[in-house]
Design a protein around this ligand. Structure first.
Ligand code: BEZ
Ligand code: FE
Length: 311
């Protein structure tokens, strides 16, 4: 008999077997419970909901049969989920964070994303896109405090066939050079620091100044942080800048660029790194380019084109 975590699968049905003894009618819930629960959803009018609940039941029951939790472990799991719910507020979504660290957000994102290799890959939105980015002129600096190494980001928004998309809109947000978003430090950073809403020019080109972002830890002061601690996982995300690019007649893309060569690219706490999104932030020593970009020389420079899928 298979043994998992030291317990015998056949003997640990976890229910009172005697309840069905002596009766030849009704369901034996100890052996037929999975199908009984699936059948209980048979009248669900929405077929998608019916399918989801059926699959959830089967997978959840298989998980329980495989891992054979003790009552204490079951209570601990309920306590964990309860604490996760209690941590949620209008500005803090611990369940999404849990989904993130379990790789579920990234899986859902990728399964729903378009797969055309000519278009820019997507990645998770994350919890810090919670305030509207301030509209800014092309070329503006989104680093209002000068906390990090100056850099210029430029690129072009294009359709899948390479046609430029004039007037495309780029929503950009990032943590500062010390690894904090403005909303995490309301007493330190001005609102909108590290954020900008840009409209691309007549050729779909965009440019802005900022600081090179730093790796930062996802929030660890809740149950998800406790989970990472208990499993000896680090909470860091590699340095990145978030983008949502949109243009008329095209599907928007939610993505990041990651700083090539940075720490944690191979162990992102939320599994969101895709190779195509890792970009060089090239050390550039060029006075005339620095003048053109309006930055002090030398500076770092990343070029990133965003290619959108026509709707
Ligand atoms: C972020 O990149 O902002 C992020 C994404 C997922 C979880 C936490 C933070
Ligand atoms: Fe982020």
């Amino acid at each position: 008999m298979a043994e998992y975590f030291g317990r015998d699968v056949a003997t640990n049905v976890g229910a009172d077997v005697s309840a069905s003894v002596g009766s030849d009618v009704g369901t034996d819930f100890t052996t037929e419970i999975t199908e009984a629960v699936v059948d209980s959803f048979a009248g669900t009018p929405d077929p998608r909901l019916r399918g989801l609940l059926g699959a959830l039941t089967r997978h959840l029951h298989d998980f329980v049969r495989e891992t054979q939790p003790t009552m204490e472990e079951w209570e601990q799991a309920i306590g964990f989920l309860t604490a996760t719910g209690h941590m949620c507020t209008d500005t803090r979504q611990e369940f999404i964070l849990l989904s993130d660290v379990l790789g579920v957000s990234m899986l859902v994102e990728t399964l729903n994303g378009h797969r055309d290799p000519r278009t820019t890959e997507s990645t998770v939105l994350g919890p810090f896109h919670m305030t509207a980015s301030p509209p800014r002129e092309l070329g503006a600096d989104i680093d209002l405090m000068g906390t990090g190494e100056p850099c210029v980001i430029d690129g072009q928004v294009l359709s899948r066939d390479g046609t430029p998309l004039p007037g495309a809109v780029l929503d950009v947000w990032q943590a500062n050079g010390e690894g904090f978003y403005d909303v995490q430090q309301p007493d330190v950073q001005p609102p909108g620091n590290g954020r900008g809403l840009f409209t691309a020019d007549a050729e779909g080109r965009f440019r802005f100044r900022t600081c090179v972002p730093s790796p930062y830890p996802i929030p660890t002061d809740g149950p998800v942080g406790a989970l990472l601690g208990a499993t000896a996982r680090h909470p860091y995300r590699p340095a990145h800048i978030h983008f949502i690019a949109s243009a008329a007649g095209h599907a928007p893309v939610t993505t990041h660029i990651f700083v090539a060569g940075g720490a944690h690219l191979e162990s992102d706490a939320v599994f969101a790194v895709k190779k195509s999104l890792v970009q060089d932030f090239t050390q550039t020593d060029d006075l005339s380019l620095a003048r053109e970009f309006g930055v002090a020389n030398p500076f770092r420079h990343a070029h990133f084109d965003l290619v959108l899928e026509p709707e």
